[in-house]
Design a protein around this ligand. Structure first.
Ligand SMILES: [Zn+2]
Length: 472
């Protein structure tokens, strides 16, 4: 009798826990998908200040989506081989994807890897080139395809496809270290100024003006049979190594190619840009040329060696506890008087030429970029911060803009999670987001920023608050 009662109680206990399992015990489902988003042939290309027309494709560009589901919680992370994304496109794509999948729009993030060899499809510079073409001939011969519209539809489709593919999966996470590939590009000079990219072996360099972040954030997705199907690599190194007029995903292309040699052609390697607003690949301590396809391959191959060394050796996430939180920080937008805006409009004819010093070209384009935000948002730049908890030890933070490395490092340092990935260029691209210290120092990135000093620090505060709220 006692025995039978115990058995009944045990069965009851099992069915009770089965129906009322705490969220962390629910199965984690993951789906991944990718879609080709290569720009049209002949379209303008992004990355620099001159009008640069595409001549073909070195390697195709992709948007890659990962959908995670656990119990009632759903999230989607999308990574695009593009220089950046604007909130009109990501807002629309998130809204439509949410309606079709049930994933809340606040739990969807769409990020750009910052490839400098993708299409130029928005922003002040594109608007100027486009208006100039239309004024000349009545139409824009380089925009025969509505790329932004096609991109939006593809972003929706790739999230739907990843959602449909969601199946029980095993997730592992961890960090690798990558030394020797990334360099802070800002330097204190003998004349007391701070300069970005001062040139190789420049004798006037006194010392570097900031740190790097050597951490490589890694996630590995395996299917229920334990086979690796996808990975996420987060690394803080500007994707401007290949240049030229052919489309390319830059060094993450080699990372994926090498991981596919190891894990099969269907393996998807997603790349999240770490906070690399002031980080690039130029080593000023030598005279070795560092631009073009061979350099891209060297960097991608070195990073792939680091990634594949660690990827199948990460800590398995045994108790996933998926959760997402989001905040929007209203960061004060820079303001120029009417006279300065009129100056900027007039100077656009000289952008991409030798008729105006480079930093003035940057400033003119930036001022018109600020005006685009001002028309839409008034005096504040809305900065959306999202935080995704994977388990009690692992979280991902996403931020808009090209974020200075110090800001990402500050988030990681203050995070209550053992491992925190910080990914920039999420959902919007309001130019550079420098530190207050960098604003005082000046140079290219601060000229090319739309936020007022302090906006970056507000963003860090918001991210850390979300992480603390998510920490179990
Ligand atoms: Zn860049």
């Amino acid at each position: 009798m006692l025995c039978r009662l115990t058995l009944v109680a045990f069965v009851l206990f099992l069915s009770f826990t089965g129906n009322h399992r705490p969220a962390h015990a629910a199965d984690l489902l993951i789906g991944v998908s990718s879609v080709d988003i290569t720009g049209p042939r002949g379209y303008r290309m992004s990355g620099y200040f001159n009008e640069r027309l595409n001549t073909g494709t070195k390697d195709p560009l992709f948007a890659k989506a990962m959908v995670l589901k656990q119990g009632d919680t759903k999230a989607a992370l999308v990574f695009c081989d593009l220089i950046g994304l604007g909130s009109p496109i990501t807002g629309e794509a998130r809204k439509q994807a949410s309606e079709k999948t049930g994933i809340p729009a606040e739990n969807i993030v769409i990020t750009a890897t910052h490839s400098h060899t993708g299409p130029l499809y928005g922003g002040a510079l594109r608007n100027y080139f486009h208006a100039r073409a239309v004024a000349k001939t009545g139409s824009d011969p380089y925009e025969t395809v509505d790329y932004p519209k096609e991109l939006t539809a593809k972003l929706v489709d790739v999230i739907i496809a990843a959602d449909k593919a969601a199946a029980p999966a095993l997730l592992s996470a961890g960090l690798a270290k990558q030394e020797g590939l990334s360099f802070n590009r800002r330097f204190h000079m003998t004349d007391g100024t701070v300069v970005f990219n001062p040139g190789k072996m420049n004798p006037n360099i006194v010392k570097v003006a900031g740190p790097i972040d050597p951490d490589v954030g890694l996630l590995l997705v395996r299917n229920k049979d334990g086979e690796p199907v996808a990975s996420l690599t987060v690394f803080a190194l500007h994707l401007d190594t290949v240049g030229g007029t052919e489309y390319s995903a830059d060094y993450p292309y080699y990372l994926e190619s090498i991981l596919r040699e190891q894990h099969g052609d269907g393996f998807l390697s997603m790349f999240g840009a770490g906070t690399c607003g002031d980080i690039n690949h130029i080593d000023v301590s030598n005279n070795v040329p560092q631009k073009g396809g061979e350099e891209t391959k060297r960097i991608g191959t070195a990073l792939a060696a680091t990634v594949s060394d660690k990827l199948t050796n990460l800590t398995r996430i045994d108790k996933p506890s998926l959760a997402v939180k989001r905040a929007v920080v209203q960061a004060p937008l820079q303001k120029d008087d009417d006279e300065k805006v009129a100056w900027a409009k007039k100077q656009m004819d000289n952008v991409g030429t030798r008729n105006l010093p480079f930093l003035l070209q940057v400033e003119a384009t930036k001022i018109l970029g600020v005006e685009l935000y001002r028309e839409k948002h008034g005096d504040n730049l809305p900065i959306e911060v999202q935080a995704f908890r994977i388990d009690a030890d692992t979280a991902i933070v996403t931020l808009p803009g090209e974020v200075f490395v110090d800001l990402g490092l500050a988030i990681k340092k203050a995070s209550p999670f053992k491992t925190t990935f910080v990914i920039e260029l999420a959902n919007d691209g309001p130019g550079y987001i420098p530190t207050e210290k960098a604003f005082k120092e000046g140079s290219y990135e601060t000229v090319n920023s739309r936020v007022k000093p302090g906006g970056g620090e507000l963003m860090v505060e918001a991210a850390v608050k979300l992480l603390k709220e998510l920490k179990p």
